[in-house]
Design a protein around this ligand. Sequence first.
Ligand SMILES: Cc1cc2nc3c(=O)[nH]c(=O)nc-3n(C[C@H](O)[C@H](O)[C@H](O)COP(=O)(O)OP(=O)(O)OC[C@H]3O[C@@H](n4cnc5c(N)ncnc54)[C@H](O)[C@@H]3O)c2cc1C
Ligand code: FES
Length: 251
Amino acid sequence: MKDYVATIIKNEQIAENVYAVTFDLGEEAKVRCGQFGNISVGETHLLRRPIAICKAEGNEVTFCYQIKGEGTQKLKTMGAGTKLNVLMPLGNGFYVEEEEKKVALVGGGVGVFPLISVLRAYASTKEISAYIGYRNKAAVCGVEEFAKAQKFLLVTDDGSYGSQMNAVQAFEADLAKGNRPDVVLACGPTPMLRALKTLVERENLNCYVSLEERMGCGIGACLVCVCNMTDGKRARVCKDGPVFNSRDVSL
Ligand SMILES: Cc1cc2nc3c(=O)[nH]c(=O)nc-3n(C[C@H](O)[C@H](O)[C@H](O)COP(=O)(O)OP(=O)(O)OC[C@H]3O[C@@H](n4cnc5c(N)ncnc54)[C@H](O)[C@@H]3O)c2cc1C
Ligand code: FES
């Protein structure tokens, strides 16, 4: 992990309210899929913004972000040449075991972005099925990446692109046809992950979920990001996660 002084190479809109920013870190960073960066948006905002690493190639790293509040509004105005502090890579990330050959990716909303990094890491060695949900057609992005999966089911909440259902329903429908993965990797809004946890527990599937919590330091020191575990203990999403076995976390 390092606090890079990173230079924006490009920062452009990729869907309604969604931007992709690519930085030059000045050196290559060793990144595991599912890890994230804590991006400073300038001195006016003390807290950094945690964003999943979507793509890391050579000295370049790309983050995709949805405009939410002040920080992301500010980030979207920054052009090529702007220098920002980016602390990365943070968190544990996703890991697929050697014997797990069939991988299901289940993603919704901004949760689709870390799954792009998983696809890039494992596309050549695993059989990947991607069940990806967006709010509507205008929110759709990353299609060219997910199209590299052996199977890609794109769905929307309102049916304006693909079938009208959410990513968990798309996964459940495929499971019912006998398409059973060795492991499920997921990221998305908490209600989506809660529905997935119920499904995988019923189906006795191994599943890892990447959680989103408000963060301060991003490195395990401030305890802003703690979540509840099923054994009654608490864990730091930034340092112990953001990826947890779905059995271990209370959602
Ligand atoms: C591990 C991780 C990975 C993430 N990956 C992505 C991603 O790839 N793309 C993406 O669009 N978003 C992602 N998010 C959510 C993103 O961090 C928030 O949308 C963003 O911080 C909002 O900042 P803001 O200043 O625009 O909003 P504001 O609401 O003005 O933010 C105020 C404060 O709350 C924090 N905050 C607000 N919403 C969230 C949230 N959902 N999660 C964590 N902190 C929040 C901000 O960091 C800031 O400190 C991720 C969050 C986490 C924890
Ligand atoms: S954000 Fe500080 S401990 Fe997780």
